[in-house]
Design a protein around this ligand. Sequence first.
Ligand code: AMP
Length: 462
Amino acid sequence: MKKFDEFGLSGPILQSLADAGHENPTPIQSGAIPASLGGADILGIAQTGSGKTAAFALPILHNLTHEKTGRRRGDPCRALVLTPTRELAAQVLDRFRVYGKRLNLRTVLVIGGASIGKQKTAVRNGVDIVVATPGRLADLMKQDAIDLSAVEILVLDEVDQMLDLGFIHSIRAITGALPKERQSVFFSATMPRPIAKLAAALLRDPVRVEIEAEKRPDIDQSVMFMEQPGKHHALIDIVKREDFARGLVFTRTKRGADRVTKALNSNGMKAFAIHGNRSQSQRERALDAFRKGKAPILVATDIAARGIDIKGVTHVVNYDLPNVPETYVHRIGRTARAGAAGVAVSFCTGEERAYLRAIERLTGRRITAVGKDGGKDDAGRDEDARSGAAEPRNQRRRHRGRKSAAPGGKKPAGPRKYAKASGEASQAGEQKGENRGKRRTAGVRRRRNRGAAGRELSGHAG
Ligand code: AMP
């Protein structure tokens, strides 16, 4: 494995990496940094926790400082990073500031829930790097308050989450306003067909870098079969039994998150809930308490937990199994970050077994079934097989496209079916040459030429 100083990153960046305690690049960084420094487009398949932020931030910081220095008032944005949530945008901006603290680059956060006036002023004053959520950035564009005509590098981070949140129109409006001649970097934890299509439309001859998030041998995954009313007790037992230093509990609904939090609190366990009905400041308070270890349990819905980077999560509990199997991969990826080990326990009712089967199909592994005491126990699963509940092949197709089940006990619809990631590289690859713009800025052309060698080396980060 290469070291950071073998990538050719500038001294000030290497110093800041050392200050941040990053000794060696993660696999996604080893795969993406050389190619990205060379100006290649990147198709990264990685989730939060893989070190993907530095994988795109370091080359941006390096390339922007090596082409032009001395910012002036009114200089337009040169690098644009789009993220699905405000929290993630703030974290990404923070990483740019940490790694770029010795560089003279201006960064601006453009997110909803904060003063648009201040954002306009900051952009007007000249900016190198904008980190934004698509909705607020589209607002600034409508008000003619931001000039995107000089963007050299575009990053779309957590694209699957952005599409889930309905940002596709904003993304199209934004990318339509950018110069055709640019470097584009695309990160997604999963690569279902709509995302592969978007990647094919936006990327040119991309270098594909991927870590096999789904397999995650570093996470001890298990499933407990039970019925809905037994879940409260099962959770309380687990918290008592396990060394639950920092645990994330996922529920399907906001009300469910509140109920679980109440049950934990009334059993003397300190827990907070974060979900869409909580105000921004309530969510920040809960996250802060969790991060600082004041409350060891955070109960969250998927949307509220998106992109949040919390170090040292020891346990993830899927109190309710998600109906989209990729969400399972996102959830369990909250633990075992940056090399640490983690535990993921899922509660599965009879109605949720179709979800479990979809997850096992996606991840290509059978999750170990355990009993109440944590010991191996396949009884629930055997019962499933004996009763013939396993879905016959020809019935699976009928589920596709059906809406997900309403929370609260109706028979769940079948899992959403996505194309497996294999084969998508060729879709992106087919893009080769299709959009080649005629005019290239000197900087982008130079970097692309440098990138040709890196492209061969880093097709797969292992
Ligand atoms: P990310 O996947 O970008 O959200 O990063 C997850 C966490 O890993 C963040 O807290 C980073 O600070 C940390 N991290 C990123 N790269 C490295 C590295 N090379 N060595 C150690 N920690 C890292």
